[in-house]
Design a protein around this ligand. Structure first.
Ligand code: SF4
Ligand code: SF4
Length: 187
């Protein structure tokens, strides 16, 4: 009987300490500045390398579409969500149609990486939530409009390819290396 009483008070003690600790956490967080923001009225700045929705770009100097309809993005896309039809022009080619099924996109960035004219980019935004999947079937006009609406992320095809290119060997280093190699072969 005495043993049961002792156990009871041990349990009460443990429970009180646990409730005290939990209330301590609650009180600390009551006084802490909230870290939530009232999205979408308030938006956090996105990091430069944010990989958001895709868009097509215009050349800011000429106002012309950057896309030349080469279809490289279509070929490289793993889930095959891009479809491009080329329109041949006298001086350059264009995309006659360009569709992107954003609802099935993996956001892998491969299309951006292969684009020779930096025509397709990712944006620093994901604000395209909808309950209707059809709204995420983006055509050429919509993709261009999105490109004007949101800021692009850091990556362009040119930048990504430059970043991944093997480092160029210094001139002297190459010559020396070649001479050394020729000497070794002669021996
Ligand atoms: S990000 Fe990847 S999955 Fe999405 S369209 Fe580009 S290549 Fe296709
Ligand atoms: S977006 Fe780039 S890779 Fe795709 S068709 Fe246009 S120019 Fe070619």
């Amino acid at each position: 009987m005495e043993r049961n009483g002792h156990r009871f008070w041990t349990d009460v003690g443990q429970l009180t300490r646990a409730v005290g600790r939990a209330m301590g956490v609650t009180l600390r967080n009551l006084l802490r500045r909230p870290i939530t923001v009232r999205y979408p009225d308030v938006q956090r700045p996105y990091p430069d390398r944010f990989r958001g929705i895709l868009a097509l770009t215009y050349d800011p100097a000429t106002g012309e579409e950057n896309c030349i309809g080469c279809r490289l993005c279509e070929y490289v896309c793993p889930p095959r969500v891009i479809l491009v039809e080329m329109l041949k022009g006298e001086k350059r080619n264009y995309a006659k149609t360009f569709t992107l099924e954003l609802y099935a996109c993996e956001f892998c960035e491969l299309c951006v990486q292969v684009c020779p004219t930096d025509a397709i980019v990712m944006l620093k935004s994901f604000d395209l939530a909808t309950a209707d999947r059809r709204e995420l079937l983006l055509d050429k006009d919509r993709l261009h409009a999105l490109g004007l609406q949101f800021a692009p992320s850091w990556a362009t095809g040119t930048r990504l390819r430059e970043m991944q290119a093997p480092p160029k060997a210094a001139r002297g280093e190459t010559k020396g290396g070649a001479k050394e190699e020729a000497k070794e072969t002669a021996e």
